[in-house]
Design a protein around this ligand. Structure first.
Ligand SMILES: Nc1nc2c(c(=O)[nH]1)N[C@H]1C(S)=C(S)[C@@H](COP(=O)(O)O)O[C@H]1N2
Ligand SMILES: [Mo]
Length: 383
């Protein structure tokens, strides 16, 4: 779109509208850019649910404009203290059932081949409470392959789990014992050897901020936030299942599964992401309405939107649709009549998993607040 020097705001709005109407003719990358440039559009506030600024430090969906979450806007969840680490005093130890235990300085990690990944990291507790819906961010993480580091160390026969220990620690009472322990999470050797997992020292092209794990964190694309251990200090291969607080007490989902008239109760450690989406905002340029949203938690194949009790209509997928671990922006033009309306979205991933309705057993029989990926309905008033 040309630079506009001598056009009025009204002209711009009209041109913006007609440009949008003709977008079908552009490749969608170009369309995305035009939409952003021409989005001199007013946001119509939701009349229910969390309002901007409601929950400190989480995403304000109605203010969402940038596909990459700026580093200063990343939500943070830290269960213990926030360690201030001097990189000169820091090393990463690789130990346990490995043939060549060793430690790395930050220099040594940075000297390994660098990779990056765009990843929508969502806290496993996001959407678990009505006011907690913005614990997701989409950033570009830079670091080196965990698989390469583990392969060099050589995992011994009998090693079944890889445990990631952070530097942060807290006092826990465990069966009558008071112990000081580090934040820690584990995964199977097979999961840990997945080439997409990175040991990251950068976010959005800059060194990690203290809050997000300086100097090094695990980034596990496709996993819930809790797996992405910050302030790494030790990676250890073990021959038993690791049952620490964040594997086996917190971040445990209790769910009923119906099997032939019987309900089987299962408990699982929060791990891989689940397909999720939200309608972020509705905008208007004065004549037409557009519903904008995001979908994440899996490689997104389709997003559909339902207004009131109408039929599900396919949304247009935008930025991120070719990125397997990022969020995908989507939008749908809406011929809104005046009055109060509800808007619901549902995403489908590449394997055909559909984001469940709240009444589906997957959600209805879930008893803890983690992994809440049920469809989210918002209300709006159009005048
Ligand atoms: N060492 C350590 N790593 C951690 C945590 C923590 O408390 N300590 N919190 C986890 C949780 S529950 C989440 S949701 C993510 C949040 O990452 P962020 O704070 O960079 O957004 O970090 C994970 N990694
Ligand atoms: Mo979390």
């Amino acid at each position: 779109m040309p630079e506009t020097s001598n056009v009025t705001r009204r002209d711009l709005l009209i041109r913006g509208g007609s440009a949008a109407a003709g977008l079908a003719f552009f490749p969608s990358d170009v369309a995305d850019r035009i939409l952003r440039i021409s989005s001199q559009e007013a946001v119509i506030p939701w009349i229910d649910g969390p309002q901007p600024g409601g929950q400190a430090n989480t995403l304000d969906w109605q203010g969402l404009t940038s596909w990459v979450t700026p580093t200063e806007d990343l939500f943070r969840v830290s269960h213990y203290n926030t360690p201030e680490i001097d990189e000169n005093d820091w090393t990463l130890e690789i130990g346990g059932l490995v043939n060549r235990p060793r430690s790395f300085t930050l220099e040594e990690i940075k000297a390994l081949p660098k990779e990056d990944v765009a990843f929508a990291l969502e806290c496993g507790g996001n959407r678990g409470f009505p006011t907690f819906v913005g614990a997701v961010h989409n950033a570009r993480w830079g670091g080196t392959s965990l698989r390469r580091v583990l392969a060099r160390a050589g995992i011994q026969e009998g090693g079944i789990e890889v445990v990631f220990f952070g530097t942060d620690e807290g006092v826990e009472e465990i069966r009558g014992n008071e112990v000081t322990q580090s934040f820690a999470r584990s995964m199977s050797v097979e999961d840990a050897m997945d080439p997409k997992l990175l040991l990251c020292y950068e976010v959005n092209g800059e060194p990690l901020p203290t809050d997000h794990g300086f100097p090094l964190r695990l980034v596990a694309p496709g996993w819930y936030g809790v797996a992405n251990v910050k302030w790494l200090k030790r990676i250890e291969v073990r021959n038993t299942r690791f049952m620490g607080r964040f594997m086996a007490q917190d971040y445990v989902t209790l769910r009923g599964e119906e099997r032939g008239g019987e309900t089987v109760w299962t408990q699982n450690s929060v791990s891989h992401g689940r397909v999720n989406s939200i309608a972020a905002k509705v905008t208007s340029d004065g004549s037409r309405y557009r519903i904008h949203g995001a979908a994440w938690g899996a490689d997104i194949n389709r997003v559909e939107v339902r207004v009131d009790d109408g039929s599900w209509r396919p949304a247009i997928l935008g930025e991120g649709r070719n990125d397997p671990y990022s969020w995908t922006f989507w939008h749908l033009d809406w011929d809104a009549g005046s009055g109060e309306h509800t808007i619901t979205s549902r995403a489908t991933d590449g394997e055909g998993n559909v984001q469940p309705a709240l009444a589906d057993p997957e959600i209805a029989l879930k008893r803890t607040y983690w992994e809440s990926n049920g469809q989210f309905t918002r209300s709006i008033l159009i005048d």
